[in-house]
Design a protein around this ligand. Structure first.
Ligand code: UDX
Length: 468
């Protein structure tokens, strides 16, 4: 059973339906209704197809008690969200505003503590120490609730693939139990090569707090690598070097490896920022340790958006009245998820300087989601309706500059000659080093990548004839 039919719950549920009957529980009635009629509410490659194919193995419930009605011993995966605490909640708890809000986790655990023969398997990202505290509480209350940690490492845009072919499965447990045995059996069914040590995934059982630390430490490592690549890239820009070649050289060292070294406009998404802040918060509150690395990683990440704005100002001067086309609203390709998308701080920074915007994303649902919901009351995560175009060219038309924010392959298919004719200005800033610089320059446009010196390569637009 899985509690929480959000991103993690749905992908895990569809992944597990290959080998088990799965009950999905969510308190949101309209979501459950949609799922019951075979409607998949999120986009992820292959997810809808697999969901429909396995619909007969999936059952949907609004109430946990109804899903547990037959009393079978159960592994109950908890996949509810653990957002950053609201400022009010943080103030109440004396926290610093970076801690995770565990209210939904707490509500599920409270329901399970009074039941017999069930195990909570924590998929949600909870601060290190949470599992040990729940186990201690269960013992104190005489509850036989078994508790395991099984953090998710799903990458959006390839979530089902990360679920079907994970590098490792991390299982945190207090001591071996029927629950840890059942969880191993479940994974052995899902991944027949589990016991072959040379084949992925590695199955790693460890203490609860260690498993919780693996999740946070992994995200800090990945986020640090991106900020490291960005810091080196910023230096490359000044020294006339190219970060893509530098990182290819760096990553060719087996000790370092090539992934997560792509410089750009910074990391977005719902996890890195939130999880590394939560790690910093728990380190401060529980161990009086200041993980200053987190501040550095976040500051570099925020600075990448400012650098793009700085490039626009350097090229175009005062941005008042300047028209900017933003390509990409999703925080990464192959998803319609806008959470943490770099497009929004960029849009805010540009608007505050008097620039006007037109954005486009290849996914219609991302475009729709980006348009301001009038009831959302000024959240920065919105764009006015007129700021979102329905085609790439619609965004580019009359723009003084284009900024690529998301690494969508669709942007490489843009006809830059057509774009050059439609634009008012000539500047293309590639925040993902995605485009072929020559293709853009051959169209008479000025290309500026990230972490690449490009000023010396400037090629002026051919002079127009007097007749136009
Ligand atoms: C991340 C973790 O990878 C995953 O293990 C965890 O479970 C959830 O958080 P996700 O947020 O889906 O996954 O995406 P990821 O592929 O990690 O990318 C995050 C952001 O970093 C994106 O905005 C991406 O564009 C950016 N990124 C990634 C870079 O800027 N450079 C890189 O080299 C890699």
């Amino acid at each position: 059973m899985i509690v929480g039919a959000g991103y993690v719950g749905l992908v895990t549920g569809v992944g597990l339906a290959r080998v088990r009957e799965v009950r999905l529980v969510d308190r949101n009635p309209s979501l459950i209704e949609k799922l019951k009629v075979g409607h998949m509410p999120i986009f992820e490659p292959d997810l809808e197809t697999q969901f429909k194919e396995n619909l007969d193995k999936l059952a949907f419930f609004e109430e946990l008690d109804d899903a547990l009605a037959d009393g079978r011993p159960e592994l109950i995966f908890i996949a509810v969200d653990t957002p950053k605490s609201s400022s009010a909640a943080s103030a109440r708890n004396g926290a610093d505003g970076n801690s995770a809000d565990l209210a939904k986790v707490r509500a599920v655990i409270d329901q399970l503590l009074d039941r017999s023969g069930v195990a909570a398997v924590m998929k949600s990202t909870v601060p290190p120490g949470t599992g040990a505290a729940i186990v201690a509480e269960a013992k104190r209350r005489g509850s036989d609730l078994a508790y395991l940690s099984c953090p998710e490492f799903l990458q959006e845009g390839s979530a089902l693939a990360s679920c079907k072919e994970p590098d490792r499965i991390i299982v945190g447990r207090d001591e071996p139990s029927w629950a840890s045995e059942a969880l191993r059996e479940l994974h052995a069914d899902a991944y027949p090569a589990l016991d072959e040590s040379s084949v992925k995934p590695q199955y790693m059982e460890m203490a609860l707090t260690n498993a919780e630390m693996v999740k946070h430490a992994s995200n800090l490592q990945l986020a640090s690598r991106i900020s490291y690549a960005n810091e080196i890239g910023n230096l490359c820009e000044e020294l006339g070097a190219d970060v893509t070649e530098v990182m290819a050289g760096v990553g060719a060292d087996d000790r370092i490896g090539p992934s997560f070294l792509d410089a750009g406009i910074g990391f977005g998404g719902s996890c890195f920022d939130k999880d590394i802040r939560a790690l910093k918060s728990v380190a401060k509150d529980r161990a009086q340790i200041d993980i200053s690395l987190v501040d550095t990683v976040l500051a570099i990440n925020e600075g990448q958006v400012d650098r793009v704005i700085g490039k626009l100002e350097r090229r175009l001067g005062d941005l008042e009245g300047i028209r900017v086309a933003i390509l990409g609203l999703a925080f990464k390709p192959d998803t319609s998820d806008l959470r943490g998308s770099r497009a929004f701080p960029l849009a805010d920074g540009l608007r505050s300087r008097g620039a006007t915007l037109r954005a486009w994303d290849p996914r219609a649902d991302a475009r729709e989601a980006a348009v301001r919901n009038p009831s959302s009351n000024g959240s920065p995560e919105w764009m006015a309706e007129e700021e979102v175009a329905s085609t790439a060219l619609g965004a580019i038309e009359n723009a003084d500059a284009v900024v690529v924010v998301t690494g969508w392959p669709e942007f490489t298919e843009i006809d830059w000659c057509e774009a050059a004719t439609a634009m008012r200005g000539r500047l293309v800033i590639d925040g993902r080093n995605l485009l072929e610089p020559e293709a853009v320059r051959e169209a008479g446009l000025e290309y500026e990548g990230t972490g690449r010196e490009s000023r010396g390569l400037f090629r002026p637009l051919p002079q127009a004839t007097p007749e136009g």
